[in-house]
Design a protein around this ligand. Structure first.
Ligand code: LLP
Length: 423
């Protein structure tokens, strides 16, 4: 008999890890996260002066991940009081934080001011007024950027585009709305407008939308300089760099994506007589997406003759809602059958009472049996972050792996914890 071969990920045996911690289990590779941060450093930060990179922590935020990206020299993009709180608890320097959101609550605005968050990315006039007022009460001057809507279509899934004209995010350029706000901010005593921000969408394979948005940004910057005397010091061009999920989908090459953007920036700034602003990028998925694998145990196997074979797993949309929500596709393998030759085409069914809870349709896998460990790949971004207790399923644990070592960074939720806030 052929010797059984297991799936090894960052030096760790995934079958053994499933036995040690139970399933479903999120496994995150520290080496992969660190490599990505270092690639950003080598290919972007060290190539271009006056640049910054922040990790869009909404993709995957835990205390330990905050510590890793901070150690690697990245700042952090946050979008809620909870994300600021987590970053603060993890010891992320608050001046490295950017705070986003299209409807920040008064409490969140106050928290950001009290914590001395580095940049507040203002989304609308209501927020600007509240911020100036509270910063005044706190006797502070807060550095801000304006998020504007560039009005470009990024051709990704419509649920994850953000830069198009009809968007709940950002300040429209139309009818002088942005310019009016620049004027307003300049008159305010407790905010200091440093520049602008745009984000065009997520899981982008090309830089077309970034280039288009950059052109719009630079024209706008030229106008606000000429008309209002406002010189832009900082420009945040968002995240959205795509990764490989299935087939021939490719992970964005940072140099290929950003070099043309920087080239365009230098040329146009010269042409428009602008000084080159500090450029910030804020990728989330690109840093953590490929670092994640989710392990499940195969349970029921159901064959509908001539139609489909379902492989039932002990997780599903509660730990990964992306297939149900965005029609997202994933690759998978059977962790304890890496060298089994005999394959079949099956569909992977989650355990939730919901027909859309199918993680993968029609994937070719080694013939599965109950008790096998299924590994779904590329689940590091927006899976744990979007997890839920639907059907009262406790949230899965997260284990960090690195060069053959494993360590628990999020404990599995218990039934007691699930009801602990209920009265
Ligand atoms: N900056 C801003 C202002 C954003 O809104 C986002 C993502 C990012 C940066 C990071 O984008 P990334 O580099 O990760 O593509 N839940 C969806 C993705 C939503 C993205 C929302 N904004 C998904 O699972 O595909």
């Amino acid at each position: 008999m052929m010797k059984k071969k297991d799936f090894i990920f960052d030096g760790c045996n995934m079958t053994e890890l499933a036995a040690k911690y139970g399933t479903p289990l999120y496994v995150m590779s520290e080496s992969s996260i660190v490599d990505k941060c270092r690639e950003i450093k080598a290919r972007f930060l060290n190539q271009y002066p006056n640049t910054r990179a922040v990790f869009a922590s909404k993709a995957f935020q835990t205390l330990e991940v905050c510590r890793i990206v901070t150690r690697e020299g990245l700042g952090m993009d946050t979008v809620s009081g909870g994300e600021i709180y987590t970053a603060h608890k993890a010891g992320v320097p608050m001046e490295n934080l950017d705070f986003h959101g299209n409807n920040k609550t008064l409490q969140e605005i106050q928290m950001a001011v009290d914590y001395n968050v580095g940049r507040i990315v203002v989304d609308n006039r209501y927020e600007l007024q509240n911020l100036n007022q509270y910063a005044g009460e706190a006797n502070k001057k807060v550095k801000i950027l304006f998020r504007f809507t560039p009005g470009v279509d990024s051709h990704t899934h419509k649920f994850i585009t953000t830069g198009q004209l009809d968007s709940k995010f950002g300040i429209p350029l139309e009818n002088g709305i942005l310019k009016e706000m620049v004027k307003l901010a300049e008159e305010m005593e407790h905010v200091e407008l440093m520049g602008f921000h745009f984000h065009v969408g997520s899981q982008l394979s090309s830089n077309e939308a970034h280039l288009a948005a950059l052109d719009i940004a630079l024209k706008m910057m030229k106008e606000v300089k000429a008309e209002l005397g406002f010189e832009t010091k900082e420009l945040n061009i968002g995240g959205g760099f795509g990764i490989h999920y299935t087939g021939d989908e490719k992970t964005v090459n940072i140099s290929e994506f950003l070099d043309p953007v920087m080239e365009e920036l230098y040329v146009k700034c010269e042409e428009y007589g602008l000084s080159v602003p500090e450029i910030t990028i804020e990728p989330g998925r690109w840093i953590v997406g490929e670092a994640g694998v989710t392990l499940y145990t195969v349970g029921s196997i159901k064959e509908i003759p001539g139609i489909r074979k379902y492989i039932g797993i002990d997780g599903g949309m509660t730990d990964n809602i992306r297939p149900g929500l965005y029609d997202a596709k994933y690759e998978a393998l059977i962790a304890n059958k890496m060298n089994q030759q005999e394959t079949e085409v099956v569909s992977i069914a989650g355990k939730c009472c919901e027909s859309t809870d199918i993680l993968i349709y029609d994937i070719e896998l080694p013939k599965a049996e109950s008790g096998d460990i299924l590994a779904v790949l590329g689940t590091g971004a927006y899976c744990y972050a979007l997890s839920s207790n639907y059907n009262r399923i406790p949230r899965a644990a997260v284990v960090l792996v690195k060069d053959g070592e494993d360590r628990l960074i999020v404990k599995r939720e218990t039934y007691e914890e699930m009801i602990s806030r209920e009265i």
